[in-house]
Design a binder for this molecule. Structure first.
Ligand SMILES: Cc1ncc(COP(=O)(O)O)c(C=O)c1O
Length: 342
């Protein structure tokens, strides 16, 4: 199978498996797992933050961040298409008890004006707004990058209004590699940053939440609250260290392959695609052939040995990663062309 559903399908490397087998471990709830401590320090340093916290998943990292930044009943400003709002099973409402104030991020970018328009004056009728959530790269936007300068405008606005900023940086290293700008230059404009080890970086499990020491202390309690206090999880962190030390640079290959895929798809009749949105490893396109819905298209594709995901009844997402090379993309393009011709 050629699996283009997500970069989460990547398998751990042989080096990761060896590091996992040999990892020095301890009870992390007592802070005694040396490998987790090393990973947390490394992740924090890469984001220019004081401290880090190893969490099971990106979803847990975002939830724990919201729990640590807010109180139940607070409002958070968040993109209507963000993973945190759209794809995390409503955890922000059910488990953190916060109210999402949705703003436009259809393009993958949040405009400072949209945040400004969502600010509330002090009024007895209003909830307390505490947090702005950003996502970079933006998954539903098609892997679009928000530049550090764009992030800075929102961060400054947030600071002026006593709001914190949380960055869902699940794929922040894709943004860093694609722009040549260090991840910490993006992270500078957020109070907390979550990033994933188990996507393009190929670790089997885990994400890191980073921020100030005091924030991470609260996040550690929140992680325990949601059952995320792990014990000898250094076996997982060992793979995470390899991910950060040796898997970042190669993301450039995924980006070049996504570009190659997108350019090929864009030439096919029956597909519309915004090439300018293909900035990293995600390609989203629309099916414009009458009668061809995404469900039917994906079923035909699967019969040809290729997996992808739908984003709506008429749009499809393909994600490149370590197990996808030019040969797989050529096969995919040929299969798509055949389906469109049927
Ligand atoms: C932008 C973004 N944030 C968060 C997540 C959640 O990560 P996880 O699947 O590890 O919970 C994802 C997962 O695909 C994502 O794309």
């Amino acid at each position: 199978m050629i699996d283009l559903r997500s970069d989460t399908v990547t398998l751990p490397t042989e080096t990761m498996r060896q590091a996992m087998a040999q990892a020095e471990v301890g009870d992390d709830v007592y802070g005694e797992d040396p490998t987790i401590n090393r990973l947390e320090a490394l992740g924090a340093q890469m984001m220019g933050k004081e401290a880090g916290l190893f969490v099971v998943s990106g979803t847990m990292g975002n939830l724990v961040a919201i729990l640590a930044h807010t109180h139940a009943g607070d409002e958070i400003i968040v993109g209507a298409n963000s993973h945190t709002y759209y794809c995390e099973t409503g955890g922000l409402a059910m488990l953190a008890g916060v109210m999402p104030r949705l703003i436009d991020d259809e393009s993958g970018i949040i405009e400072p004006a949209a945040v400004k328009a969502a600010l509330r004056p002090k009024d007895i009728h209003f909830p307390q707004t505490r947090l702005v959530c950003l996502e970079n790269t933006h998954a539903r936007g098609g892997g679009v990058i928000t530049t550090p300068a764009q992030m800075r405008d929102i961060y400054e606005l947030a600071q002026e209004n006593n709001l914190k900023v949380h960055l869902d940086g699940a794929r922040i290293f894709n943004a860093a590699v694609a722009t040549g700008i260090a991840a910490k230059e993006f992270a500078r404009y957020a109070d907390s940053v979550m990033f994933c080890l188990a996507k393009g970086l190929s670790a089997p499990v885990g994400s890191l939440l980073t921020g100030s020491k005091e924030f991470i202390e609260r996040a550690r309690i929140a992680r325990k609250l949601v059952g995320g206090g792990m014990r000898q999880a250094g076996v997982l962190a060992a793979a995470g260290i390899i991910a950060l030390e040796s898997m970042i640079e190669r993301l450039a290959e995924d980006h070049a392959n996504a570009r190659y895929l997108a350019e090929g798809l864009a030439t096919l009749k029956g597909i519309s695609l915004q090439l300018e949105r293909v900035q990293t490893n995600i390609v989203i396109f629309n099916l414009i052939k009458p009668g061809l819905e995404a469900g039917k298209f994906l079923a035909s594709l699967k019969q040809k040995g290729i997996l992808a995901n739908s984003m709506s009844p008429t749009s499809v997402r393909m994600v490149t990663h370590r197990h996808i090379g030019r040969a797989e993309i050529d096969l995919t393009l040929a299969a798509v062309e055949e389906i469109l011709a049927e």
